[in-house]
Write a protein that binds this ligand. Structure first.
Ligand SMILES: *Cc1c(COP(=O)(O)O)cnc(C)c1O
Length: 369
């Protein structure tokens, strides 16, 4: 159904196959070299922006070390992530506490550790983000206005505004709307209150390579840069980006083993393919079939007959089904014991999981240089 070559080069694939051949399944293998490539590409596409890697996308220590060496800053979701990043020697001024749901004592803890950036404005992710991240977070611009005035009155420094347009955002125009709202806040606060904001945190949302097509990163960069100049002219404020998925998503392969293949009656056209990873150990973003990963096997070959499958995980829970409505097709020759390779699984897999549901341990992650 999928051409592996469309997602990963022969040389990276061969390196992965060699690296992973004796690893127990299920597992995720992360290609650090490719993360480096993605980081440099993003940095070069937005040379004026400060990059804060969203740690939650993949908090593996080798990933954090690499990005630290490359000069990335970090967007942190909790004090536990903070401790992890501080332990690598990253100082507080390179950290943003982006999660909007914060305990007061955690804010204090971050502050004591030198973190000075805390914040989100509500924007509509529309139908075009595969993982919306909106609605729950942030506030309307009018309320942001009031809060920034109140912050000034309390003796704080209103520094800027943050938004997140939704993860895997496939409509670049959404940034235009969000930037317009930020522009309104900048100009009205300055004109009416004399508050001069200096920063826009545009969050994440840049895409990884899944099944549904997206524009290339260069288009995101040129369009977003144009929106900024249209609104701010030559006086563009400091820009922060918080990429997660776009840096690490393409850099992982999740390998599972098929446990059982069955048909529910003698004439059923669809096979149920049960495998040893599922919603609770690595593939939670298949919830509502939102993120559609390409899946390949060792039996994919030109001319190989394929048939429709329902892909399900290993637990005794009927929610543990990855794809049923979207019709995936896999080779008819697949058997129990064969492996499936879930491509582009470097983001939101390894730690986005339950702990020991049905006794299954969390999925193991390995890092390939
Ligand atoms: C999750 C998150 C991100 C990362 O989003 P991606 O779409 O994975 O790039 C960035 N900023 C904040 C505040 C987040 O919560």
């Amino acid at each position: 159904m999928f051409n592996r070559e469309d997602y990963i080069s022969d040389s990276d694939w061969n390196r992965f196959k060699e690296f992973s051949k004796d690893l127990e399944t299920p597992n995720v293998v992360i290609n650090l070299h490719q993360i480096k490539y993605n980081f440099i590409k993003l940095r070069d596409s937005f040379p004026y922006a400060h990059i804060y890697y969203a740690v939650k996308a993949n908090p593996g220590e080798p990933v954090l070390r690499l990005l630290n060496e490359l000069g990335s800053n970090f967007d942190i979701a909790s004090r536990y992530e903070l401790d992890k990043v501080l332990a690598l020697g990253v100082s507080g001024e390179r950290i943003s506490f982006g999660n909007t749901i914060k305990k007061a004592r955690d804010i204090e803890y971050f502050y004591q550790n030198g973190v000075r950036m805390f914040a989100r404005m509500l924007v509509e992710a529309g139908q075009s983000a595969d993982w919306p991240l909106s609605r729950k977070f942030g506030c309307h611009p009018d309320m942001a206005y009031d809060l920034l005035v109140q912050a000034r009155d309390l003796g704080l420094t209103p520094y800027g505004v943050s938004f997140h347009v939704g993860s895997q955002q496939r409509d670049i125009g959404i940034w235009n709307e969000a930037i317009a709202k930020a522009t309104y806040l900048f100009s009205s606060l300055e004109e009416e209150e004399g508050i001069k904001l200096s920063m826009i945190n545009m969050g994440g949302g840049f895409p990884a390579h899944y099944i549904q097509p997206t524009n290339p990163l260069s288009d995101y960069a040129s369009e977003i840069t144009r929106y900024l100049h249209d609104d701010f002219g030559d006086d563009v404020p400091m820009i922060i980006l918080e990429p997660g998925r776009s840096l690490v998503g393409d850099c992982g392969i999740l390998t599972s083993e098929i446990v059982l293949i069955s048909r529910k009656n003698n004439t059923a056209l669809q096979r149920w393919v049960y495998q040893d990873s599922g919603k609770f150990n690595g593939l939670v973003e298949t919830m509502d079939e939102s993120i559609k990963y390409p899946v390949v096997s060792d039996k994919d070959a030109v001319g190989e007959k394929e048939g429709e499958v329902i892909l399900a995980g290993p637990t005794c829970d009927s929610a543990d089904i990855m794809y049923e409505n979207i019709k995936y097709k896999l080779p008819l020759s697949l058997k129990a014991g064969d492996k499936l390779y879930w491509l582009s699984t470097g983001a939101y897999t390894g730690t986005y999981a339950s702990v020991e549901f049905n006794g299954f341990p969390p999925i193991k992650t390995y890092y390939m240089e």
